[in-house]
Design a protein around this ligand. Structure first.
Ligand code: NBP
Length: 484
């Protein structure tokens, strides 16, 4: 009798940069045999040729792919998000059986994941949307993974994902985030925070460079120094490296040769669009998304370049003092970005019925992902101390940090405004902070305006009920339309 061929315990569909690296990561772990499939067979051949050391089973059709997997079959899809994902899911559903698990590891919009999970569940097959962060290096060496889907699927999938995830302080950077689209939702927020973090760092660089005249290489040293303190993070670390890079062709700092128009793949915009729907003010993230959009409008920028600004070139008197102020302003604004991002997680969890453990999310972002940072431990601690914490920035540790930074933060924003240096993320974060701590907001006037033109009614500070003013005539008469 012919011996049955060994089967794979996990499969990957989609072998572009992310999928092939994830497949190699899986194959490098003890006990894994990985079935691989790509729509264009050349990519499968290339992967097998280039990595003969890996335990791969190359397959050329979805039928062959399904037949090469042991049951329950588990396959991770790593294809271009959108129609490609739907096409692959349809193919896998047609060759898989109830109890099998389909994981979408692409950057899907969480509402698509909710829709797909519902549709696939009806076939008896499990569908898991898993956010994967860390780019190509993370996929290969250990990403941060944010899976949603059912608890049943997590039982099988959990050990596999734990084996390939990044490890931070001895713990794998993966947790079952919640059901259906919860994983992709949290990955979306991760990316939104990433946008804010990057924009804040860029503003800090711009202010230091234009305010002190330091060179990119000198500013690289400043970032490297900051990376030894409370700002320690992957993004600060790579910023130092980017600023230090010299263009081989011109001998100039590379940052001066790169066109100053930032691209985007859409997850930052999704974070803001979703926040608008949920009514959550994620102003720091929104300004970061808009700053990229503004940078990428060359016609408007060229047409506006002769508009007036400050008459004299702006420089600071106390270089070291200003740099320290910028560091503090960066830290304070970063706290605001995270606080806003976690507010959106709370609101999303409530809206979609997910039981998301916020401290666990901060934990799995400590390694593998782009926003990995020392200070995520402080977030975990804050939620451990106060599970019902109403706003992250009010936790004692962050309250202290903001108290320490507050004056410096204002000095930096004032300097930026006086110097004509755009700092939308710094200044909007400060405005958010001042908005939250304000005793009274001009929202009272807005309510009056709304009642004037649209009879939208208002509430009073001194009694219960809903009121409308008869604004015509002598405007003194108040009609109570008390709903109580
Ligand atoms: P791409 O996003 O560039 O997608 C290319 C892959 O999708 C190829 O394998 C391609 O097959 C396959 N594909 C397409 Br396009 N349409 C298909 C269809 N209708 N049926 C089957 N396969 C189809 O790859 P990537 O950059 O490796 O990213 C993969 C996923 O991971 C994406 O969702 C991405 O957003 C996400 N992600 C990427 C990063 C990153 O740093 N790049 C980070 C985190 C997450 P083909 O070879 O036959 O054309």
């Amino acid at each position: 009798m012919a011996e049955e061929a060994a089967k794979a315990n996990i499969g990957v569909v989609g072998l572009a940069v992310m999928g092939s690296n994830l497949a190699r990561n899986l194959a490098s772990r003890e006990g894994n045999t990985v079935a691989v499939f790509n729509r264009s067979p050349e990519k499968t051949d290339t992967l097998l040729e280039e990595h003969p050391e890996a335990e791969f089973i190359g397959t050329k059709s979805y039928e062959e792919f399904a037949a090469s997997l042991s049951t329950p079959r588990t396959a991770i899809i790593m294809v271009k998000a959108g129609r490609g994902t739907d096409a692959v899911i349809d193919e896998l559903v047609s060759v898989f059986e109830p109890g099998d698990i389909i994981v979408d590891g692409g950057n899907a919009l969480f509402t698509d994941t909710i829709r797909r999970e519902k549709a696939v569940r009806e076939t008896g097959i499990n569908f898991v949307g898993a956010g994967i962060s860390g780019g190509e290096e993370g996929a290969l060496k250990g990403p941060s993974i944010m899976p949603g889907g059912s608890a049943e699927a997590w039982e099988t999938l959990g050990p596999i994902l734990k084996s390939i995830a990044a490890v931070a302080e001895g713990e794998p950077c993966v947790t079952h985030v919640g059901t259906d689209g919860a994983g992709h939702f949290v990955k979306m927020i991760h990316n939104g925070i990433e946008y804010a973090d990057m924009q804040l760092i860029a503003e800090a660089y711009d202010l230091i460079r234009r305010g002190t005249g330091k060179t990119p290489a000198e500013i690289a040293d400043i970032f490297a120094e900051w990376n030894t303190g409370e700002l320690e993070s992957y993004l600060i670390e790579i910023t130092a490296e980017v600023l230090r890079q010299v263009d081989a062709e011109t001998g100039k700092p590379l940052v001066d040769v790169i066109v100053d128009q930032a691209g985007a793949k859409g997850t930052g915009a999704w974070t803001v669009q979703t926040a608008l729907d949920l009514g959550i003010p994620v102003s720091g993230i929104a300004e970061a998304v808009f700053a990229r959009s503004l940078s990428s409008k060359p016609a408007q920028r060229a047409a506006s370049s002769d508009l007036p600004g400050p008459a004299e070139a702006w420089t600071v008197d106390d270089t070291d003092g200003f740099i320290e102020d910028v560091r503090l302003a960066l830290y304070a604004s970063k706290i605001i970005a995270y606080s806003q991002g976690f507010d959106e997680i709370v609101a999303g969890a409530e809206q979609y019925g997910w039981d998301i453990q916020k401290g666990e999310i901060a934990k799995i972002w400590r390694g593998g992902c782009i926003i990995r940072a020392q200070f995520l431990n402080r977030i975990t601690e804050a939620y451990a101390d106060q599970p019902g914490l109403v706003a992250l920035l009010t936790a004692p540790y962050f309250r202290d940090a903001l108290t320490q930074a507050e004056q410096a933060w204002r000095r930096v924003v004032i300097a930026a405004v006086q110097g004509g240096i755009p700092s939308p993320a710094f200044s909007s974060s400060l405005a958010y902070y001042d908005g939250l701590r304000a005793d009274r907001l001009p929202a009272a006037l807005v309510q009056g305006q709304r009642d004037f033109f649209g009879a939208h009614t208002y509430k009073r500070i001194d009694k219960e009920g809903t009121f409308h003013t008869l604004w015509s005539g002598d405007r003194t008469e108040i009609e109570a339309v008390d709903t109580h």
